[in-house]
Design a protein around this ligand. Sequence first.
Ligand code: ATP
Ligand code: MG
Length: 430
Amino acid sequence: MSKAFQAVKGMNDCLPQTSPIWHYLENCLRELVASYGYAEIRTPIIENTQLFCRSIGEVTDIVEKEMYTFVDKGEDSLTMRPEGTAACVRAGIEHGLLYNQQQRLWYMGPMFRREKPQKGRYRQFHQFGAEAFGFDGPDIDVELIALTARLWKKLGFADQVELQINSLGSNQAREAYKVLLVEYFNANFSALDEDSQRRLNSNPLRILDSKNPQMAELIGHAPKLTEHLDDESQEHFKRLCAKLQQLGINYTVNPTLVRGLDYYNRTVFEWVTQTLGSQGTICAGGRYDGLVTQLGGQATPGCGFAMGLERIILMLESQPDLAAKLSAPVDVYICTLGENAETQGSMLAEKLRDDLPELKIQLHCGGGNFKKQLKKADKSQATIALIIGDEEATNQAVSVKCLRVEKPQQTIAQSLLSEQLPLLFNEFID
Ligand code: ATP
Ligand code: MG
């Protein structure tokens, strides 16, 4: 026997037993963004490498070491997308969606980063993101945050997440602040870890984002960006905080929150949880007012976020009432015995799917006696089994058996079933 294959490291299969929870989350997300008037954008999984270098920034973890990049037949350098914003902007510019317009967009799909796989961190993972273009006030920042806050409530773990916000100010203010920061870290050079020493010249702000606990104290005493903001950014941040308060959205100002991507300015935010260990950020975003021009478009302000769906699934899985949120894969299971009954069963299944498209109907295939078939029906999580044996077939009827609560079995004419089944179904699940 030849050796069986395994999935590529850090890339997961989504198996039938976990797909219902993914569907639940995906449906919640689609409904949520629709209720805020956002429209979906789908972009390719592969883009030109330069798109990511120019947007995310050369001196970031993603571009330095995490991208899956390859040369396509000796010609172009291409990259499997590590995030979604760059492609949204690229597509927006390419199709004339941005300049002088307002767009509220969302996307969902796989992203790729060559990271060390661990709980909540994978090499293929999934993000849901929203991007708003053409709005420069803090009102849109707050809308995006309110949308995510609503999601945690809907998913049932609002009490386990905390909103952290910060402002990165304007590019100019940030440049001036960088000088102060470099001075401070230079004076403490020996206390910096290797990564931070390297970043001191290339991207000193990223030192603040270090996950190394030994750096925490040094970072805690560093000059604070929020104390060196330009007047306009300060005003923007003040209004942002006031609006969050008006909506009753609690937040913490975290002056060391800088985000790992270079394109952000002014507002940045993260939703973090203590329940997932060190992979605690479930959603992150902010403003990127310079990105559209940086990628060759006409100046258009932007603001958005991305959330890691695997981490949100982990949060959902730890909830006691999860099962109640997930709908069963099958509602009605049809069992038949005998050739005549089998024919009637398959015709009945098709008729019910015509008449009652909202019900999930599974027809038993593969033969076997009723005992075996009913075992399968039970395992399918169906609420109702419809049984057709010789007697039912002769009478053009079905026996209806409730699989979840104690109810007497009853016989119904096949012709009345489309009418009666929804009533029985409601009665049986109550
Ligand atoms: P982290 O600090 O956890 O590495 P990040 O700053 O690299 O996150 P972003 O690029 O802002 O993350 O991506 C937004 C969200 O996508 C993260 O908050 C996280 O929920 C999720 N995410 C990022 N990388 C991964 C990964 N490798 N596996 C699973 N989820 C991820
Ligand atoms: Mg990362």
